[in-house]
Every structure is written in C-alpha cells, then in structure tokens.
Design a protein. Structure first.
Length: 271
C-alpha cells in the first residue's frame, strides 16, 4: 500500500474508533513498542501473582508474547469521570468478571476489528487485558500513540481527561504510521498528592534504579511505584466486597469497588 494511503488509513482508524464510542484513539508501530520502558523492564521484574489474572502455565507474569504478524497497535481510551465510579465497579457473578467500563471498551475494539477485517482486509489481534494472558503494556502504547503521559502516580494522564480513562489495545498486521507522541507533562511542579493518597504507601520508597536497569524511565517515573503494595490493596478490595443480589441468579454475587485514590487525588483531573 502506498505511503499516502497508509497515512490516510491510520487517520480513518482513529476517526472510526471515535465513531464507535472511544473518547481517544491512536496508533503506534510494534517495533517502537518493543523498545518502550515497560516492555523493556517487564521481563526483568520479579514474577508475582496479581489480582484478576489466574496463573497461565509456563508464563512469566511480565513477559509479552507478540503475535508473529503484528505490525501496529491501536489503542482506544474510554473516559471515566469521577462522578461515574460504577464504570470501574466489578460485579462478580456466574457469568462475568468485567466492569462496565471495560465491557464498553471491548465493544469498541470488537467493532473496530470487524470494520478493519471486513472493509480493509486486515488481520486483527484482540488482546487480553492481562500480560500473562497475552496482553501488552497499554499505558506505553497510549503514550507513544500521543494520548498523554505517565504521571508520578504511574497512571496515564491525558490533556482531555487527566487520569480518568480506561484503555484497551489491539494489534493489526498493517504497518501503520505512529500518531504520537505529544509534548505534554501534567506533573511539572506538582506537589504529588497522588502519592500521599495511596492507602498502602505504594510510592514511599525507591524500588528500581537507573543503575540497575540501565535507563531512567522507571515505574512512577523515578522508580518508586510498588506494584506489590498496589496489588495488596486490590486483594483487600476483593475480600471486603459488598454482597449483592443479582437478577435471575439464585445465589448472591459480589460488588467490588477498586481503589482509585491515586487517580482521584490527581490535580490534573480537576482542570
């Protein structure tokens, strides 16, 4: 395909994602993603079990397995305003373990994949949310595609929605041009209330160093983010979930309200 047609296709993909219900969208080449901070760091981090992803056989939790024909990644974001917390509430019943916000983003990706396959003859790879089940590091995709930056709370921050959005990514075999990145940093001169807000103190000590890993783009920007402590809070949220009655189901289910304190404390979300 000619270069002009490829650029036009990338533009159409973003426009179509928005038409299908995404609030933001972008594209990045897989070769660029493989050099991004999380994809370089993930395989070197200590393995650990985390909430929401049962252990996959013979898979390390941080290792990404790229589909052989994948050439580009398409990322979409769905806005999650603070006054709609239910978008991130997990209803645990006999049929699903998904949040409404995640279901919405999955619907956008499914419609976009069908459009690309049927209208343009491309092959699409819809990915799991979790790395250990075939996912990739979505925040890195979003930054390289020009949606925003990684904040000092280790959350994606965008100019439009601050830290309040949820992501989903798929891959395609088309070699598309990257739509990003942008010159944007929401954390300059910020007193970092996000870090003080964490109930588990996930930002209280430096865990990763430039000397140890060979580059300075580290979790929490300067290596202070502890995913183990963050996961500890998710475990607490699951254990203390509310018991609810679900229509059409004999036994009760659970309603989990996951912690968003570092996100909700971010000043960028109120501007």
């Amino acid at each position: 395909m000619a270069e002009e047609n490829i650029k036009e296709l990338a533009r159409k993909i973003v426009a179509q994602a928005l038409a299908f219900g995404a609030d933001l969208a972008g594209v990045v080449r897989v070769d660029d993603l493989k050099r991004s901070p999380s994809h370089r760091l993930g395989e070197r981090l200590p393995d650990f079990d985390y909430r929401g992803a049962e252990r996959a056989k013979d898979r390390k939790s941080g290792t990404v397995e790229w589909p052989q024909d994948a050439r580009s990644a398409i990322v979409i974001a769905v806005a999650h305003p603070p006054d709609k917390p239910e978008l991130d509430w997990l209803i645990v019943d006999d049929s699903t373990r998904n949040t409404p916000g995640n279901l919405r983003s999955m619907k956008v990706i499914s419609r976009l994949a069908a459009w690309l396959e049927n209208q343009h003859g491309l092959r699409c790879f819809k990915l799991s949310y979790h790395i250990i089940h075939g996912g990739i590091y979505m925040k890195d995709v979003a930054v390289l595609a020009g949606l925003g930056c990684i904040g000092k709370n280790n959350v994606l921050i965008t100019p439009q929605y601050g830290p309040h959005q949820r992501l989903r990514v798929m891959l395609t075999d088309a070699d598309l041009p990257t739509t990003g990145a942008i010159d944007f940093d929401a954390c300059i001169d910020c007193p970092m209330p996000c870090r003080d807000a964490c109930p588990q103190g996930a930002f209280t000590e430096k865990i990763y160093t430039e000397k140890e890993y060979g580059f300075d783009q580290l979790p929490g920007r300067n290596g202070v983010y502890s995913r183990l402590r963050c996961n500890r809070q998710m475990e607490i949220d699951n254990v203390t979930c509310e018991t609810i009655q679900i229509a059409g189901q004999a036994k009760p289910g659970g309603l989990v309200r996951y912690c968003r304190e570092c996100e909700l404390a971010c000043p960028a979300g109120s501007r």
